[in-house]
Design a protein around this ligand. Structure first.
Ligand code: NAP
Ligand code: MG
Length: 409
């Protein structure tokens, strides 16, 4: 296809490159599935670990600012350095997690959503449609203050108002012997922006929204979450939800856990920080493979960053470096691109771009349904003759062939 025949993506798309096996797959996807069909204005940020080190991690901040300018980004997986990585790559220091840096600047909420193929059945047989999970990523036990009490004594909570007023002092526990103590907090502002991101994502995806917490026990803390969600819904979303035939529903976390097993899916489950941490892993595993889980960071200002939920697949990369053929699954990376392209198309009003994103997703899913799949999926797939394990490149080539078939339908 010549440049003139390519589909034009009107406005810039921020591309954030990454590390290891995902960096290898990222390039294959661009070369085989995107560049031949699309005329894109890419703003490229290379977050390879060596480049983050070279720029003293300025490149990560620049990438986040670019998403804030252009509103849509796609991100490859990146190494979060630890001591081993500092040695492996000879780094100046163990730079912060890029995802944490970007999330903090965008003030965003991460939503994970599984990719479903007909022959990869979720462990829970009633799940027919995806269940997305939205995790509040601020406060609670993740920013706690805790210590070990090693002698009898009295523990109190103390609040000192900054602008004068009455100091609040509450007894927590009178210790007779050793024990443990923990304080957690959250802010109305953070809960509110979490709620806004959840309502926005549910509307975008036309999914029902469930929010669950333990408000029967935590009558002030969790009840505050419930109240903020309810108020946000009534004031800003109720009409839009009704017009789109979707609903908002609060229920106790225990009830939600029981109900989730019986639902057909097609819902966004919004969860507090700890609940979301735990439940998102359960949902991912029950849907099959981490390689089939997409992730999007949504900010209340309407910035979107799409990525795979998995990491850089380090073990496969070492095999790749040794010259061995790998069968790493590129699905979540492909869907990061299609998610970004679809959002770009919606913002720009370019139906051809949206259509291309849907066709590429269809080609990828139909490739798996036709039996060509990477090694992680083979043991999960319905047993059928003709199922065949293919290499990463083999899979991408099969998707490319399917895409050419269906693009002009
Ligand atoms: P990982 O990259 O998610 O991989 C863990 C294991 O899951 C792999 O060894 C592989 O299992 C399986 N797996 C994950 N993605 C797969 C795929 N696309 N296809 C096939 N199998 C897949 O996690 P990790 O090895 O713990 O982390 C590696 C690096 O990624 C770390 O440096 C970490 O900091 C980084 N990380 C980045 C992000 C991000 O950028 N969003 C997220 C998480 C981790 P088998 O080996 O059994 O085949
Ligand atoms: Mg977790």
């Amino acid at each position: 296809m010549g440049k003139t025949n390519k589909i034009r993506v009107e406005n810039p798309l921020v591309e954030i490159d990454g590390d290891e096996m995902t960096r290898i797959m990222w390039k294959m996807i661009k070369d085989k599935l995107l560049f031949p069909y699309l005329d894109m204005n890419i703003k490229y940020y290379d977050l390879h670990i060596k480049n983050r080190d070279k720029t003293n991690d300025q490149i990560t901040t620049d990438a986040a600012l670019a998403i804030m300018q252009h509103r849509v980004g796609v991100k490859c997986a990146t190494i979060t350095p630890n001591e081993d990585r500092v040695k492996e790559y000879g780094l100046k220091k163990a730079w912060k997690s890029p995802n944490a840096t970007i999330r903090a600047l965008l003030n965003g909420t991460v939503f994970r959503k599984p990719i479903m193929a007909r022959n990869i059945r979720p462990v829970i047989s009633s799940w027919k449609k995806p269940i997305a999970v939205g995790r509040h990523a601020y406060g609670d036990v993740y920013n706690n203050t805790e210590f070990r009490v090693d002698a009898p004594g009295n523990v109190e909570l103390l609040f000192i108002p900054a602008k004068g007023g009455t100091t609040v002092r509450m007894g927590i526990h009178q210790f007779d012997g050793p024990g443990i103590i923990q304080a957690i907090h959250n802010t109305d502002a953070s809960i509110q922006s979490f709620a806004q991101a959840c309502f926005a994502f549910a509307l975008d995806e036309k999914m029902d929204l469930w929010f669950s917490a333990k408000d029967t026990i935590s009558k002030t803390y969790d009840t505050r979450f419930r109240d903020i969600f309810e108020q946000e819904y009534q004031e800003n979303w109720r009409q839009k939800f009704q017009q789109n035939g979707i609903s908002y529903f609060f229920t106790l976390i225990d009830d939600a856990v029981a109900r989730i097993m019986k639902t057909k899916g097609g819902i966004l489950w919004a969860l507090k920080n700890y609940d979301g941490d735990v439940m998102s892993d359960m949902i991912a595993s029950a849907f099959g493979s981490l390689a089939m889980m997409t992730s999007v960071l949504v900010s209340p200002q309407g910035y979107f960053e799409y990525e795979a939920a998995h990491g850089t697949v380090q073990k496969h990369y070492y095999r790749y470096l040794k010259g061995e053929e790998t069968s790493t699954n590129p699905m979540a990376l492909i869907f990061a691109w299609t998610g970004g392209l679809r959002k770009r198309g919606q913002m720009d009003g370019t139906p051809d771009v949206i259509r291309f994103a849907s066709k590429l997703e269809q080609a990828a899913i139909e490739t798996i349904e036709a039996g060509a799949m990477t090694g992680d999926l083979l043991p999960l797939a319905d047993c059928k003759q003709g199922n065949q394990m293919v290499s990463t490149q083999g899979f991408i080539d099969a998707v490319s062939a399917k895409l050419q078939d269906i693009l002009h339908d």
